[in-house]
Design a protein around this ligand. Sequence first.
Ligand SMILES: [Zn+2]
Ligand SMILES: [Zn+2]
Length: 204
Amino acid sequence: MKKFCPKCGKSVNKLYEGLCKDCYKEEILAKLPKQIELKICEKCGMIIKGNDTVLQKPYFKKLAKKLDAKLISYNDELVLEKEGLELSISIKKNYKLCHYCSLQKQGYYNAKLQIRFKANYEKIVEYIERKSWQARKRDKFAFITKVEYLPNGVDIFIGSKAFAHKIAVELKRKYNAKMKITKKLITVKLGKRLYRDTIALVER
Ligand SMILES: [Zn+2]
Ligand SMILES: [Zn+2]
């Protein structure tokens, strides 16, 4: 038996909450935002929220949950599943530099890694860069500020001490090097001494 949609008058086989599928979809869409506007870092691709950043996946998952829907995808549009229907909302992306990538650009660093054993330095830098992108998902200061090639080695300036130490230990093991750490006082902030670490890896 044919049914009629009271909203548009169309005759259909099935009604959703008393409406045809199109009108029902429209009704659900009306309760959702028309467009989502986001600030995205042009360098690291993270979503900028105030002075901080969040990874795209958890951000969109949380947003979908807030809209009482299931997340399907999030590229040019946010695709959600709600009440058995697939809905899409456009995403407006505004690109700028996030707090952490700005610090990196300004030359901010907390640790200097000095490689002083014989090796393929480009290969080591490439390895650290790869590790840095992985680590930045959790440690936002794990960026590389600057790389300086020298006749007898390479200096890598890093934002995060924790990341620099972790990498240093890995390289020490891999290349059987000797590690030497020196701390330099850079400032006293609110009675707290702030140090910058220099980690040297030398031939054993
Ligand atoms: Zn209808
Ligand atoms: Zn960034």
